[in-house]
Each structure stands twice: as C-alpha cells, then as structure tokens.
Design a protein around this ligand. Structure first.
Ligand SMILES: [Mg+2]
Length: 173
C-alpha cells in the first residue's frame, strides 16, 4: 500500500521534472494532471512558460495527455490551448481514465509517467497501473474545501510516513 503512495520523483514544479531521467527509464508518454500541476484553477490558458515546456517535451519525443477530474469545459478548453489530448471527469484514482489516456497517445503503462500534485489520485492511480509517478508541489491558489482537507492528510503522509521532501531533478529513492 505504501509503495503505491510513494512517488518515484518529488519535485518543486513541472519545470523541475528531469525529462532525460525519464527517457533513460524508457518513458515516452506523460499523463499530466491539470489543476495545481499545469495551472492554477484560475488560469484558463497555458502560460508562455508552460507552452515552451510542452514544446520542449514533445520535441524530445514525449507524447502528452492531460487527465483531470475537473469538468469537460475546463479540461478540454485548456488542453486545446495546449495542443494536447485530454481526458476529463477522470474520477482518478480509478483506472479507466488513465487507460483511456494511454490509448489516446498509444503508449503502454510501463512506458508512461504520471505527473500530478496529489498523492491519493495522481500518484496512487498511476502506481497501481505500474506507471512511474512524479509528484509536484501544488501551485498556489484557490481550492475546493475538500481538497484543502486532503492536502493536510497528504502532507502528513509525505513528511511523517514517507519522509519525502521535494528536490530539484528529484530522484528520491
Ligand atoms: Mg491537481
């Protein structure tokens, strides 16, 4: 159980993900969370910095799909502006949306990494399908009250149980 909650990498932000390290491990697909990972909940379109990061990742051969529990309008609008496919209303950590995303980009679970800011949806959901999991520190900003409660539990698990802190480039264990 703890194994499924332990990210392979824990980094300060999406921009600190070591794409070369992922590629060396045979990763060619990135399943990426939207809210508080790629953008704050107030941002409807990607920043220039995010556009450049996405372009670099794709130029390096990575196939990208956004997977979000948020609703169609929010998720598909943002994904369109990024020029990548997306699965909305994903009900992470359930498997179905991850499998759909892998199918959309034509990548097997063993060749994919999940990148997200939440232990119980992104990391757990990815690890139980055998994917590499990259945890990022959540972007600041407004959140659902339910998410705020989950964050308290997540921080406790990360610090007390897993003894993890975010690190640049991020190899943890
Ligand atoms: Mg998120």
């Amino acid at each position: 159980m703890l194994r499924l909650l332990t990210p392979d990498f824990f980094v300060p932000s999406i921009y600190d993900v070591d794409l070369d390290a992922l590629r060396r491990r045979g990763i060619r697909g990135l399943i990426i969370d939207l809210d508080n990972t790629l953008a704050t909940r107030d941002e409807d379109v990607p920043t220039d910095r995010l556009r450049r990061w996405l372009a670099t990742a794709r130029a390096n051969g990575f196939r990208i799909c956004i997977v979000s529990n948020n609703l169609e309008r929010r998720v598909q609008g943002f994904a369109r502006a990024c020029g990548v496919p997306a699965v909305h209303a994903a009900t992470k950590p359930r498997r179905r949306a991850f499998l759909r995303a892998l199918d959309l980009i034509g990548v097997a679970p063993a060749e994919a990494a999940v990148i997200g800011d939440q232990l119980f949806t992104d990391v757990f959901g990815g690890k139980r399908l055998g994917m590499i999991a990259v945890l990022v520190v959540p972007l600041p900003g407004r959140e659902f009250i339910g998410t705020r409660f989950v964050r308290i539990v997540e921080r406790w698990v990360l610090r007390k149980v897993l003894r993890l802190e975010p690190r640049q480039g991020g190899r943890q264990r």
